[in-house]
Design a binder for this molecule. Sequence first.
Ligand code: HEM
Length: 442
Amino acid sequence: MAETLAVQASPMDWTWPVVGRLFEARRDLLNTLQTLERRYGPVFQTRVPGVRVVAALSPDANALVLRNKGDVVSSRQGWSQFIDHVFPGAIMTADGDDHRRQRRIMQAAFRTDALRDYVARLTPIITARIATWADRDLLAYDALKRLTLEVATDVFVRPARSRNVGGRLNRAFIDAVEASISLVRINLWPLPFAKGRRGAATLRRHFRRMLPDKRRHPGDDLFSQLALARTDDGEAFTDTEVIQHLAFLMMAAHDTSTSTLTSLIYLLGKHPDQQRRLRAAALQVDVDEPLRFDTLDGMTALEHTIQEALRLYPPLPVMPRVAIKPFDLHGYRFTPGTLLGVSPLFTHYDPRLWTQPLRFDPDRFAPERAEHLGHRYQWVPFGGGPHLCIGRRFAMLEIKATLHELLRRYRWTLPGDYTMPYQLIPIAKPRDGLPIRFCSLE
Ligand code: HEM
């Protein structure tokens, strides 16, 4: 039997001491990971700014680390340096029993009947906003970012309209998001990081002021649902927990959905045949009826297209963890304190797992082929295990509703020689905003 080696004995990728692989990874993360994996195998050590990190690149690595049987890794220690300063108390930075408790309570705000209510709120917002995009030049990413923010403010918070609280919340929120993705973390006004921390504090202040009313007169928004949320044993969130979770949920929902929608506009702009096919299905849906949860839930061709976009452009290309108990993976023993990263991006493009991984091919997700089920952890855009994205069903519904509305009203194309310049770090988005024109069908 092969001997198990300490992870410190895994191949070392000698690179720049301070910045490590940052610049290459920013330029082309996929190529960097693929090249290093070919050179060293699925487990190797490399550097990202300031720290040494062990890359664990395989579906088995995804399974072991994300499932986290026996609580061998900490999500808190992996994520807290990116999240804590702006969004303290985020559920992604909770571990073990504390995380299990929070997750049990939060789940109540994502049950099917709550999702039905959110859908009823979000479809009119999407329809009204998309109607303003007709026949003009836009940057798709910016337009979608405004749309998902509008949806989050209304569906998650539902501020009173009278005192322009919505406008102030939006500003505070935009600053907070900028800070959480800012690579320069200097808390000095007016640098984005300092502005963002202030924005996040403003958000929490607004939420604290609104909370007593949400508790007294709960509505069907996510804020009220978090305030009401109870497990069968009667466990509930404290005031501070409700506020912190709401702020983080807005953040978690915003850039990820924007990024996925942008990838979809790009992919369908480059593949007019697929766009036509989806439009034909969209035009079959009765326009006089408001779009409902069940209609959206049943749109399988759209679902496969979104799954494929998430495979090609996972908004979170890498997930960090720190080992807190020893465990073995690919012949190496990971010791407590080891910082490690698993990568959806890597397994999403692995030719050993997918046929022609570079091809946009939504049907690979159809039941007859179901390529993504070859290994349960080869397609992980929403993570897996205890920290599996709690908002994935909401995300799917929001993305479907938006895409359905776009397909029903407009056609769009992109020049044959255009390739979207794409950055994956710190957040997946097009560097040029993806210029686009949505042309009315009539
Ligand atoms: C396409 C859209 C989305 C993608 C690709 C996505 C991706 C992810 C991933 C990969 C994780 C796991 C991170 C890890 O384990 O380290 C995660 C967690 C999470 N996501 Fe999403 N997400 C999306 C949309 C949303 C939405 C719409 C919401 C809220 C409504 C949301 C809320 C959360 C929360 C709260 C967590 C942490 C869960 C926990 O720690 O237990 N996400 N998401």
